[in-house]
Design a protein around this ligand. Structure first.
Ligand code: SF4
Length: 505
């Protein structure tokens, strides 16, 4: 590794700083509490054991080698699971149980994880290095918060995702981004390493350290498909100062490989890694292979059908196709709602796409500018591709990234830009001006007659360029300075449509 000085930044140190404050005993207890909740969420036999031995939970703890008093964490289950997911006896016994030291510790840790997610969204700040990109990302965040329902709260809007393979060999039926079949991986050789490190260095210089630290190295790919993955993310650490998050769909495929990843992550600034649990047998294998302590910094994402609290799936990508196939051969006349419920699809989970920024595939040398959208007919993968281009060297990579920023992220609206309200917003007039509204939010533009004139013109002329709009609004008596101010505010808040045709560069 090179001698690049480790950048000291808030984002990289957040998780490690929290862990450093915990004593060995804290970590032991929290690891055990975590395993208990994983067993409860993921294993129906464990749940049954709990229900059968509510008066003797120590028996269950011994049976599953848990070393804490699991009764102390039971009140948390009552909080975490919907009432209809818990037997009345559990609720009766534990809902009003007094808090205890272990429970407080566990709740605090869970709260910290939520705050950490929020910090990743907020501290990813490119305003100093690349104000145009920063403003573009904020517009995307605002739009997503307004439109993505529950998914909006889970998305941190990372600025970059890198794919180190082409396609994915796992082939999950629910893959929200419909990964293509595996078609090879990006080799770690001298040429590729030089390109990779060069790209990361350029992004760090052009966007700042925190946006780079928000990045991760998979998308429609599984890290385990690239045997050199660890080499690449060690380079990433060397340049970004943090280990990027890894989500593994096959954590026990090569245990040495996975332990190497966890070990390196544990010894360096990192973020919680994730294992995707796609079957009950996989949950059991993971618990057998990794100690509770080894799994403490790893979130288990329960995707399997026996999970009590499995991740509700977004109706996107392959899940969407699966649903469609079932509907097509629904000879029993099942209702769409039943099929959705069988598949675990939930309308609140509108997308699994999280990046507002650049998706970069190293195998194909492809750059896409993307942002999350509600998955549906228009955006079946739950994200919009604003632009797409290819590079063949470090120089063309730099040029293409700069060209995308210039083309899509103007700091102010140009005269020829089409002005249209965002598609999800309904326009209404009132005595104070106008307001824009969707199911989530209302934006009031209370600037009287000037605003009303401008709002009406935008509403009735769906494809009007800014220059023409300004002329017409002035002819109808609106003050130009007011009008420009309103347009700029609408733009900054992401209330204008950016729904333009994707172009090839
Ligand atoms: S969900 Fe992940 S592991 Fe599964 S097919 Fe899609 S990219 Fe691959």
């Amino acid at each position: 590794m090179s001698n690049i000085a480790m950048p000291h930044t808030e984002l990289a140190g957040l998780y490690q700083a929290y862990l450093a404050k915990l004593s060995d005993q804290d970590i032991d207890e929290l690891s055990q509490a975590k395993r208990f909740t994983e067993l409860y969420a993921g294993d129906p036999a464990f749940r049954q054991d709990i229900y059968n031995h509510l008066d003797k939970l120590s028996y269950v703890a011994d049976k599953y080698h848990l070393t804490i008093d699991i009764a102390q964490i039971m009140p948390w289950l009552c909080q975490r699971f919907a009432h209809d997911q818990l037997p009345a006896e559990v609720l009766d016994t534990y809902k009003k149980a007094p808090h205890n030291a272990l429970l407080r510790k566990w709740i605090q840790y869970r709260k910290f994880l939520v705050q950490l997610r929020q910090s990743y969204r907020v501290l990813n700040d490119a305003s100093q290095h690349n104000p145009s990109f920063h403003a573009w990302r904020l517009r995307q965040i605002n739009r997503c918060d307004d439109t993505l329902k529950m998914s909006a709260t889970h998305i941190t809007h990372p600025s970059f995702a890198f794919e180190l393979s082409d396609g994915c060999s796992v082939g999950c039926w629910f893959c929200g981004i419909a990964a293509d079949k595996f078609n090879g991986y990006f080799l770690y050789n001298d040429t590729n390493q030089k390109l990779w490190r060069g790209m990361l260095t350029i992004l760090r210089t052009s966007f700042g350290i925190n946006p780079l630290q928000s990045a991760f190295c998979y998308w429609a790919t599984d890290p385990t498909d690239n045997p050199d993955y660890l080499h690449f993310i060690k380079d990433f650490y060397d340049i970004a100062g943090i280990m990027p998050q890894s989500t593994l769909a096959r954590p026990v495929k090569n245990v040495c490989w996975t332990k190497g990843l966890l070990d390196f992550s544990a010894k360096h600034p990192s973020i919680v890694n994730r294992f995707s649990i796609t079957s009950l047998s996989q949950l059991k294998a993971v618990h057998k292979t990794f100690s509770a302590k080894e799994l403490f910094p790893v979130e288990l994402v329960m995707q399997h059908k026996q999970a009590k609290l499995s991740i509700m799936k977004s109706n996107a990508g392959r899940a969407r196709l699966t649903q469609q196939a079932l509907l097509n051969r629904d000879h029993n006349n099942n209702k769409k709602a039943d099929i959705k419920s069988q598949l675990g699809l939930d309308d609140q989970h509108t997308t699994i796409a999280c990046v507002s920024g650049f998706l970069i595939n190293l195998c194909q040398k492809k750059i896409q500018l993307i942002s999350p959208r509600v998955a549906g007919h228009k955006f079946p993968l739950g994200y919009k591709v604003h632009d797409e281009c290819y590079f063949d060297s470090l120089q063309t990579f730099t040029d293409k990234i700069n060209a995308i920023v210039e083309k899509h992220m103007a700091s102010a609206i140009t005269q020829d830009q089409i002005i249209r309200f965002r598609e999800d917003l309904h326009y209404h007039e009132n005595t104070k001006g106008f307001f824009l509204q969707n199911a989530n939010r209302t934006y009031h533009i209370n600037l009287g007659a000037h605003a009303k004139t401008l709002g009406k013109l935008i509403h009735h002329n769906q494809n009007i360029p800014l220059g023409t709009l300004m002329k017409q609004s002035a002819q109808e008596g609106a003050n130009v300075l007011y009008s420009i101010g309103i347009i700029n505010d609408l733009y900054k808040l992401g209330l204008l449509s950016d729904d333009v045709t994707t172009s090839k560069m």
